[in-house]
Write a protein that binds this ligand. Structure first.
Ligand code: SIN
Ligand code: CO
Length: 383
């Protein structure tokens, strides 16, 4: 278990002072931090087809980048390269534990856990990100420089590397195991490994309003709600046919607005959108589908665990109507089990004790059986 140690600062004080506002180094944010995964295991994961990974190195002063899967790392030598793996939480239960320390932020804001392994001198170069990130230093040391927000010129140092022009540092520190660097979006930064090192970044992404609007339009088209024509049955004769009247403009705008104002439809879209996995899930399908009676028995002796990377949310005001969202789909359930479903959405691991109110409930067992059979939850030893 990783426990975030903010020293004299409360989590709310951290949010008020730093979140989305300014970067900060939290020394020993994780006390006695031990890498949740070994470097060679990480290198092995990046050899697998479905993993999103990237190698960055410098050759003759030129930045180079390539995407996995990788067959070997031998040609890279012992310095100046780094390997980055996205969505490690989908593949390593141990590494996913790091995310649990950041549950004071809502899960819908979470993007993924990224791991970075670097040889001495290794770096992905100076760049900016459009997400909030907590870079948790694992083994080894890394020298981090972070610049202030501002007008920074970005350029392609390589076709797969968007870098930023040199910047003055407002943070210039060496991180050691257990130290955490929080960086909000838009602050240029660069980390250079001083020895062989690992870091684990918990990223929180905010979608741009435009990307949400574009996804909403796709959703309306896919669900055949997008075919309604702009209407004008009460049309009056015009004398200036080149003019778009104020009334017509207001009517176009309000017909568009009504799509957003339809809360039922927009909420369904938002729930589906926020729970859609960005990275492939490593679904654990059971060998044989579970039967209801079997699940009812197992819930008394086993914990159930949510698949790494799976997103499951509910809205504050519709959970009691029996609606939640799991992995891109809206799910309806009997409203009597709303509090049980909240547990599923709020906690990655649920022990038999925590489910004692629900493990006799037929509707809850039916839902859990479905989720186990979809490979979205799995049985885990109750510790
Ligand atoms: C890295 O750890 O190599 C890069 C992380 C980042 O800058 O976001
Ligand atoms: Co970055």
């Amino acid at each position: 278990m990783y426990t975030l140690n903010l020293k004299e600062m409360t989590q709310q004080e951290f949010l008020d002072e730093y979140w989305q506002k300014k970067p900060v180094v939290i020394r020993q944010g994780f006390k006695e931090f031990v890498d949740p995964i070994a470097a060679d295991e990480l290198a092995g994961i990046a050899m697998e087809e479905e993993i999103e990974s990237r190698l960055v190195h410098k050759k003759d002063g030129q930045w180079q980048a390539s995407f996995g899967p990788f067959e070997s790392y031998e040609h890279l030598g012992n310095e100046n390269w780094s390997l980055v793996i996205q969505a490690l939480d989908n593949y390593s239960e141990e590494a996913a534990e790091i995310i649990e320390a950041f549950r004071f932020l809502p899960h819908w804001r979470l993007d993924d856990l990224m791991a970075s392994f670097a040889m001495p001198g290794g770096s992905v170069g100076p760049h900016m990100d459009n997400y909030d990130t907590f870079i948790c230093q694992g083994s080894g040391k890394r020298h981090w420089r972070v610049g202030d927000r501002g007008e920074h010129v970005e350029f392609a140092a390589h076709e797969a590397l968007l870098h930023v022009e040199p910047f003055d540092a407002i943070i210039d520190e060496v991180l050691e195991a257990g130290d955490i660097l929080y960086i909000p979006p838009g602050f240029p930064h660069e980390g250079i490994s001083l020895d062989t090192s690992m870091s684990f970044s918990v990223g929180f992404r905010a979608n741009s309003a435009v990307s949400v609007l574009s996804a909403f339009a796709d959703h309306l088209i896919d669900s055949e709600q997008g075919s309604q024509l702009l209407e004008d049955p009460n049309r009056q004769v015009v004398s200036q046919s080149g003019e778009v009247s104020n009334n017509d403009y207001a009517s176009i705008k309000s017909q568009l607005q009504s799509l957003l104002d339809d809360d039922k439809s927009f909420k369904r879209f938002t729930g589906q959108f926020l729970t859609t996995a960005k990275h492939e899930l490593d679904t654990l399908l059971p060998d044989e589908p579970f039967a209801l009676t079997e699940v009812s028995n197992l819930l008394h002796s086993h914990a159930i665990k949510r698949l790494g990377g799976l997103r499951a949310f509910y809205f504050e005001d519709t959970i009691d109507q029996g609606l939640c969202y799991i992995n891109g789909s809206e799910l309806e359930f009997s409203a009597e089990i709303a509090n049980g479903v909240k547990l599923l959405c709020n906690q990655v691991l649920l022990l038999p004790d925590e489910l004692s109110d629900w493990s006799h409930n037929a509707a809850f067992i039916e839902l859990v059986t479905e989720l186990l059979n979809q490979g979205y939850w799995y049985l885990s030893e109750a510790e």
